[in-house]
Write a protein that binds this ligand. Structure first.
Ligand SMILES: [Ca+2]
Ligand SMILES: [Ca+2]
Ligand SMILES: [Ca+2]
Ligand SMILES: [Ca+2]
Ligand SMILES: [Zn+2]
Length: 729
C-alpha cells in the first residue's frame, strides 16, 4: 500500500496538488514524495506482542476456513453492527475454546452456534468463545458473533467515515486494515498466515454504492433507506485485505483480455466529480494487468475482477480485487500510474502470495515497488528501468529488510525493491524471472516467508544465495567502495588493466557481490564481471585495446552507499600499480617473472631461482643448468666382502656424480685424494677395495652438470675454505 495517517492528510494534499505544468506521463516519485505517501505506523511493541502469546498459541489450534460477514455501516452514527460467522477446523483434539481478535471498541452482544448461545469473554482485544463441546482434530465448528460499535474511534487510520471534496467534507465508509486493523471492525483471527474464504454483505444508506472483494453477487434493498451489497470473492483472503468502500460512487468499467483469450471486468468506483479524470487516469490499467500477467503469470483473480474504489487517503491500498485508491491521485493525468501499477502488482505480491508474518512484509512492498520499475521498463526500456531504480536509491536505509524496524518504511519498499533488482543481476534475468513466476505459481492463494523465497530462488540460481540474503535482507546498510585502475601495455598486443576494489564502510561487514567493471575501449565498452568478496581486492582485466576509462558498476546493479575513484601509485610508470608491481622501481609492464617467485625478472638477481645469481649463472633462465648443489647427505657402510657401500641424496642440477677417495693420512695433510669414479648416474657406489692395513679411506661425492654448470662443490674444509680434489677424466 501507499498509506498514511488521516491526521496528516493536509500535508498529503499539499504534496498531491497538481503541478503548475500538467504532466502527461509518469515520472518516478522523489524519496520525499514516497515517504509522504506511506504510513508511519507499525505493529504493536514487542512487549505487547508477547502478551499475545496465549492467544497466538490458541489460534495455532484452529484453521479458519470461512468468514461470513454481514455488517451495517451507518455514517450518521459512525457505528456499525454486524454478524460474523466463523467456520473453522480444529487442528487439535479437545479444542473447546477459541480466541479471536476484536478490539474493545466493538461491543459483543452475543455468540451463538446454530441459534444456541455460547459463552464468551471479550476483553483486552481478545474475544474468547467457549465452544458447545470439545472438537477433535479435523472437526469443523462454526459460530456467529453479533456485535456493534464505532470503528477506529481514535482515528488511527484503519477505518473512516469522511471523504474530502473540493467543497468540503462528505460522508463515506472506508477501511484500510493493514496490518492489524481488521480486528477493529470485525472479529477474526487477525494474522496473515491464515487465509479463509470470505462472503461479504455490506449494508449502507441508499443510494450509496458499497464495494468489496470479489464479484458482486447481488444487491438487496431490504430496509427502506438502506441497501445491501453482496460481494463474493472466489479465492481465500487474508483478514487485512477485506475491504469496504462505500459512498455515492459513480462507476465505469473496462475489460482485461486474459492470457487464455477470455475477458475479465475492471470496475472503477469514483466520486461523481472525478469521473472524467478517472477515465483518463485509469486508462492504462488493462495494459498493466496484461504486462504483469505475462511477466508473473495470469492475474490471480481472473474469475472475479479487478477494480479500484476512491477513498480519502492520499495513498492507496491493494485490497484484493478492489484497490482503495486515493482520490487526490485521480487528476486526469498519468503521473500516478506508478501507484496504480504498485497496487495492481500487489494482487500477485501480497494478495495472492501473502506474507506468512509481518516480518516478511518486504515480500509485499519490495515486490510491488520493484513492479513499478518493471512497468517503467515495459514502457521505456532499460533507460526507464535504470532511472526508476535509481530514483529508489538512498545512501542509507534504516534497519534490515526482513523484520524491519518500520513496517511501511523505505527500507521495506525501496531497499526491498533493490534486493530484487540486485538479485536479477546476480542470477541473470532468465533465472530471476523464472524464479519469480515459480514463487507465484507455488504460493498463490497461500502464504510465503523469506526463507522459502530464498530457497525458491536458489533452485533457479542453481546455487546457494545465503550470502546474498544475509547481507542484503537480514543485514543492514550498504557497501562503500573505493576503486582505482591502471593499465600496462604488455607489448604483445595485450593491455592488462589492474583494478583495486576497496570496501570502506564502517557500519557493516564486507559485502560479497559480483561487480561489473566496464572497460571503455576505442571500439566500444566491454563489461567484465568480477567476484568481489574481500575488503581489499585486486583484479586484472586483459583487453586488446587500451581502455580510456574503467567504470565501476556502470549500470548500478549494486545498492552502494558511495563509490569513490582513487589513484593507484605507480612509481616506475610502467602501468603496473606499486601494490601489484613485481619490480616497483623498474619499468616492466609485462611483469615477466621466470621463476614465479614474485620478484620480476627486471629486478630479480637470480631469475631462474637456482640459487646462482644471474652474474654467476651460466644459464640464468634454466634452473636445470648451473653448478650443482653440494651432495648431502652422504653415507657409507660396510658392504659385502668388506667393500664400502656409499649412498647419497640427489643434488639439484647434478646430472651425474664423482666419487673422490682419499686416505686418512692424506686428509690430515689436506689432501682429499682423487677420483675413484666419474659419471655415476645413480645415487650409490660400491668400492670393492680394502684400505691398506692400519689405514682408512675417506670419501667425498660431488655432483656434475653436463651442461654449462660443471662440477658442484665438495663442501667446505674445517677452516671454511672449499674443498678441492682433482678429478681428471
Ligand atoms: Ca609500476
Ligand atoms: Ca615495474
Ligand atoms: Ca623471479
Ligand atoms: Ca640463476
Ligand atoms: Zn504497497
Amino acid at each position: 500500500m501507499f498509506p498514511r495517517r488521516t491526521t496528516a492528510l493536509l500535508a498529503a494534499l499539499a504534496i498531491a496538488a497538481p503541478a503548475a505544468a500538467p504532466a502527461s506521463g509518469m515520472r518516478p516519485p522523489t524519496p520525499e514524495e514516497r515517504d509522504a505517501l506511506r504510513a508511519k505506523r507499525g505493529l504493536r511493541t514487542a512487549a505487547e506482542a508477547a502478551a499475545d502469546s496465549a492467544k497466538l498459541a490458541n489460534q495455532d489450534l484452529f484453521d479458519v476456513q470461512r468468514y461470513d460477514l454481514r455488517i451495517v455501516f451507518n455514517p450518521n452514527t459512525r457505528r456499525i453492527n454486524g454478524q460474523v460467522t466463523v467456520t473453522a477446523q480444529s487442528l487439535a483434539d479437545g479444542l473447546d475454546q477459541v480466541m479471536l481478535d476484536l478490539l474493545d471498541n466493538m461491543n459483543v452482544d452475543g455468540v451463538d452456534s446454530g441459534g444456541v448461545p455460547l459463552a464468551f469473554d471479550h476483553q483486552g482485544g481478545v474475544l474468547t468463545v467457549t465452544l458447545d463441546r470439545p472438537y477433535g482434530a479435523g472437526e469443523v465448528f462454526a459460530f456467529t458473533v453479533s456485535y456493534a460499535g464505532e470503528p477506529d474511534p481514535g482515528g488511527t487510520g484503519y477505518f473512516g467515515w469522511n471523504k474530502f471534496l473540493q467543497g468540503g467534507y462528505g460522508k463515506m465508509a472506508w477501511s484500510l486494515s493493514e496490518p492489524d486493523g481488521a480486528r477493529g471492525w470485525w472479529p477474526c483471527k487477525d494474522r496473515p498466515d491464515d487465509k479463509a474464504m470470505v462472503d461479504e454483505r455490506w449494508t449502507v444508506p441508499a443510494p450509496w454504492v458499497a464495494t468489496g472483494n470479489g464479484v458482486l453477487a447481488g444487491t438487496d434493498p431490504g430496509t427502506p433507506g438502506w441497501i445491501e451489497y453482496h460481494w463474493v470473492p472466489s479465492h481465500p483472503l487474508t483478514t487485512y485485505l477485506v475491504s469496504i468502500a462505500a459512498t455515492d460512487y459513480v462507476s465505469f468499467s473496462d475489460t482485461y483480455d486474459t492470457l487464455s483469450g477470455g475477458t475479465m471486468p475492471i470496475d472503477y468506483y469514483v466520486y461523481p466529480g472525478d469521473l472524467a479524470d478517472a477515465q483518463e487516469s485509469f486508462k492504462n490499467t488493462p495494459a498493466m494487468i496484461r504486462y504483469y500477467a505475462e511477466t508473473f503469470g495470469e492475474y490471480p483473480f481472473v474469475e472475479d475482477k479487478y477494480g479500484m474504489s476512491a477513498f480519502p487517503f492520499s495513498g492507496a491500498m491493494e485490497h484484493t480485487t478492489n484497490t482503495s485508491y486515493g482520490y487526490t491521485l485521480i487528476d486526469g493525468t498519468h503521473r500516478y500510474d506508478y501507484i496504480i501499477a504498485h497496487e495492481l502488482s500487489h494482487q500477485w505480491w501480497g494478495d495472492s502470495v501473502s506474507p506468512e508474518t509481518w516480518a516478511d512484509v518486504w515480500l509485499n512492498e519490495g515486490f510491488a515497488t520493484y513492479s513499478e520499475a518493471l512497468w517503467e521498463e515495459h514502457l521505456n526500456g532499460w533507460p526507464g528501468y535504470h532511472d526508476y531504480m535509481n530514483s529508489l536509491w538512498r545512501e542509507h536505509f534504516d534497519g534490515p529488510v526482513y523484520d524491519p524496524t518500520a513496517l511501511f518504511g523505505s527500507t521495506v519498499y525501496d531497499k526491498g525493491a533493490w534486493v530484487l533488482h540486485m538479485l536479477r543481476h546476480v542470477m541473470g534475468p532468465q533465472a530471476f524471472f523464472d524464479g519469480l513466476r515459480a514463487w507465484y505459481a507455488d504460493h498463490k492463494d497461500g502464504v510465503g516467508n523469506t526463507a522459502q523465497f530464498q530457497a525458491n530462488m536458489e533452485t533457479f540460481h542453481g546455487a546457494g544465495l545465503g550470502w546474498f540474503f544475509d547481507e542484503w535482507v537480514y543485514g543492514e546498510n550498504s557497501p562503500r567502495y573505493e576503486y582505482g585502475w591502471s593499465t600496462a601495455d604488455l607489448g604483445d598486443g595485450t593491455y592488462r588493466t589492474y583494478v583495486r576494489i576497496h570496501q570502506v564502510q564502517t557500519d557493516a561487514g564486507v559485502f560479497t557481490m559480483p561487480v561489473d567493471l566496464t572497460l571503455v575501449l576505442p571500439s566500444g565498452d566491454e563489461v567484465r564481471t568480477v567476484w568481489n568478496d574481500a575488503w581489499d581486492q585486486d583484479f586484472t582485466l586483459d583487453s586488446s585495446e587500451p581502455p580510456s576509462d574503467v567504470l565501476f558498476d556502470r549500470d548500478d546493479w549494486i545498492l552502494k552507499a558511495s563509490v569513490t575513484t582513487i589513484t593507484l601509485d605507480d612509481a616506475d610508470g610502467d602501468g603496473v600499480p606499486d601494490r601489484n608491481d613485481n619490480c616497483p622501481a623498474a619499468a616492466n609492464p609485462a611483469q615477466a617473472d621466470f621463476d614465479g617467485d614474485g620478484t620480476g625478472d627486471a629486478c630479480d638477481a637470480d631469475d631462474d631461482g637456482d640459487r646462482l645469481d644471474d652474474a654467476a649463472d651460466c644459464a640464468p633462465f634454466d634452473p636445470e643448468q648451473g653448478r650443482p648443489d653440494e651432495v648431502y647427505p652422504l653415507s657409507a657402510r660396510r658392504g659385502p666382502a668388506g667393500a664400502t657401500h656409499l649412498e647419497w641424496a640427489a643434488a639439484a642440477r647434478a646430472d651425474d656424480y664423482d666419487v673422490v677417495r682419499g686416505t686418512g693420512a692424506g686428509l690430515r695433510a689436506g689432501d682429499y685424494g682423487g677420483c675413484r669414479a666419474r659419471g655415476l648416474t645413480g645415487l650409490s657406489y660400491d668400492d670393492p677395495d680394502l684400505p691398506p692395513a692400519g689405514e682408512m679411506f675417506t670419501y667425498l661425492v660431488r655432483g656434475h652438470d653436463t651442461g654449462c654448470g660443471g662440477d658442484g662443490p665438495l663442501g667446505d674444509a674445517s677452516d671454511g675454505s672449499p674443498r678441492d680434489a682433482p678429478c681428471a677424466p
